[in-house]
Ligand binder design. Sequence first.
Ligand code: SAH
Ligand code: SF4
Ligand code: F3S
Length: 482
Amino acid sequence: MSDTLAHPKAGQATKRLFIKTYGCQMNVYDSERMADVLRPLGYAPTETPDDADFVILNTCHIREKAAEKVYSELGKLRVLKEARGEAGQGGMTIAVAGCVAQAEGEEIMRRQPAVDLVVGPQAYHQLPELLTRTARARGERIGADFAPVDKFDALPAARGGDGVTAFLTVQEGCDKFCTFCVVPYTRGAEWSRPVAAVLSEARALADRGVRELTLLGQNVNAYDGEGADGKPSTLARLAYALADIPGIDRIRYTTSHPNDMSDDLIAAHGELDALMPYLHLPVQSGSDRLLRLMNRKHGRQKYFDLIDRIRAARPDMALSGDFIVGFPGETERDFEDTMDLVRRVHYASAFSFIYSPRPGTPAATMAAQVAPEVAKARLHALQALLLEQQTAFNESQAGRILPVLFEKKGRHDAQAIGRSPYLQSVHVDDADHMIGQIVPVEIVSGQQNSLAGRLIHSQAAHLQQRGAVSQATGAPSSSEAP
Ligand code: SAH
Ligand code: SF4
Ligand code: F3S
């Protein structure tokens, strides 16, 4: 969470809030909004649970390890809470929020008596009220009914933080029911925020100095929020409207499902400068047989065709994905199909996981679960290939001029770190005065996880390079120029 939130009004006693966030970007966004909703009550963020009056664990249920981390963290917090009580330092309220809270609220209460509050992802706006009656709320499992409409209407318009990039949730929930996944059960059905609400939050962020928005949703490209005409909008139309807001120069979105990659969104990638050429488009497996068992509702050829259409609209599109190895019944042949898919697509970055059986999902009870050592070996091979591709992509940037949005100071003196259009981290010396700006940077080298670059100082060089940027990225760079 942000450590730069505004402090409470003068005269109000400051209480310390510690939020620990697990899981996806939607949880990061939610944690920021929880801090926003608690700020008027006098809660200011602190960096450690040691001195916190209120601790929130914003949890993730996607894999077993993610869920288990919560219980071990709660064990440590209980010790801290008891020590503080014994030392007469006042109480500590402990809340569990997020997807584990939604999936197994009662279990949390049973396993860890130190927990005061369990609150599901759609009820964060109720936190102030819940805090004043924690005793009664205990065991209630607040927010198990999925009603995001209330949550977004009730969260405060003002948002804390002072970064130049921000997450903005536009869509929640999932109707896809992939057989391995808990998200449809923890976040409920697909629901999109109205266009007007998204635009007003984006304007507030732009006023605060934000220049890059990442639109979030479990299936963000299924966005169909109500437009000004009362009819459903699309993500492409929303992106055009957001790009019109003065100050908003870059737009990204995540996560997308291949089946929701509509023609107008693909076309927008070729036309809208602000839409960044980086797309996270998980495929999970390259085997048609497994894609069917996973209920992904598309085959490998459809994914290849989609990638071709996207690259036709935006030739320099950097692709990212998610992969699962060791799904029940995965054979060596199925795994080879995944490796083959990766070799054909060439990813700029990707996430890969060993399948983790999740309670209540259809895949958890499928026969022929894959042996752990086989799954591990496959993960190892897949990650080596993906890392090779990522490194090659980064290295291929050397010599190019890329527009970089500088976000923060680096580790060295006067060094600044920014992002390329392809979401690569770019380190530049003597550039800390450029934080908040989009500046052409000459890429000197590319490594596994980042790029090193140098500023191009003279205006003449800058103007010249704008042409180079346009040529190299295949798109005009007007919105990228400082
Ligand atoms: N909505 C997104 C993904 C959300 S979950 C989408 O459909 O692409 C993020 C990633 O976690 C998934 O893409 C998948 O690769 C992984 N994942 C989900 N459930 C999993 C499980 N049971 N075991 C291992 N990985 C899983
Ligand atoms: Fe999970 Fe599939 Fe929905 Fe993604 S699309 S959140 S993987 S059920
Ligand atoms: Fe995890 Fe929930 Fe996100 S399960 S990945 S925090 S939607």
